[in-house]
Write a protein that binds this ligand. Sequence first.
Ligand SMILES: Nc1ncnc2c1ncn2[C@@H]1O[C@H](COP(=O)(O)OP(=O)(O)OP(=O)(O)O)[C@@H](O)[C@H]1O
Length: 339
Amino acid sequence: MLAIDVKNLTKQFKAQRNREGVKGALKDLFRREYNEITAVDDISFQIPKGEICGYIGENGAGKSTTIKMLTGILVPTSGEIHVNGFVPYKEREKFVRGIGVVFGQRSQLWWDIGVIESFQLLRKVYRVSEADYKSRLDELVQRLQLADLLNRPVRKLSLGQRMRCELAASLLHNPAIVFLDEPTIGLDIVVKTEIREFLKSMNQRYETTILLTTHDLQDIEALCSRVIMLDDGKVIYDGGLEELKNRWGKGKEIVFQFTSGQELFALQALTAGLEVAWSQENEYVAKVWVPTEQANLSEVLSRVVGVMPIHDVKIIETNTDDIVREIYKSGSAKGKIEL
Ligand SMILES: Nc1ncnc2c1ncn2[C@@H]1O[C@H](COP(=O)(O)OP(=O)(O)OP(=O)(O)O)[C@@H](O)[C@H]1O
């Protein structure tokens, strides 16, 4: 069964354009000009029940906009969404009872009242019976070690303590699908590990489907068998983490230091026809990312070294963080990593 089914989903925003200068401001008064921003651009993916899927991308790639559509906060411009069998923005009241949401940077708990009182309010919002609530709460208190926190006001909790309470709050109604947006942001490594362990065990025990947005690749490594990577509103990778590493992990970066200034286009021209991505630190230092064995290292080296005045060359092995960074960086990676 599919937990999340997204087809050709697009979201556009209208953003006001401010014209320059006094004249521009005056013109703006009479006739506003708008720019259209496509935050999510024709994406499709399916997530089966029980999967933990990482949803990653640079700032502004369109992750939050997708999550907002999946949780019914935003209405799509076009395309189809089914989550838990519901169209999120249409049947909100029934729909929200089956999902849990944690936004790491915002709280769903009331700031000034005790944690337990927030939980009780949420029980009513989600219409959970007293009996179900009690057994669920007992389990969460034990697993997330909340006993000492329940009577404290949220504003007096540390970030890690608050995050454990946020997780509990989002799970009180035992949702089938949980959306986690940066759940470990700002936490120390011990709390991060505890939260990852908790999520893993919850997923195994209840087959909870989790869509996890994060900039922390260790979250992904610890939890996700699959990653969907977004760039500029489009899905640029959807597949296993291992495949991503295998395919791109073979890549290497070559750093050239030149004895005289070089132009980026000249370097790109040298490797024309090869699947590589150049970037420049300054006119004397340039890097080239050689993603796979297809465009082989020695070919790139010989083309550059044969022509350019070289001061130094370094070859750098990469880890997953680097791989992902490189994929984001080189717009040219688009289309090359479809598996
Ligand atoms: N309400 C809005 N009005 C206009 N533009 C918006 C709105 N919300 C988001 N955008 C734009 O849509 C694009 C995608 O934003 P989104 O917040 O989905 O990215 P993100 O991947 O979640 O980024 P981050 O990692 O920084 O949270 C950005 O260019 C953003 O400026």
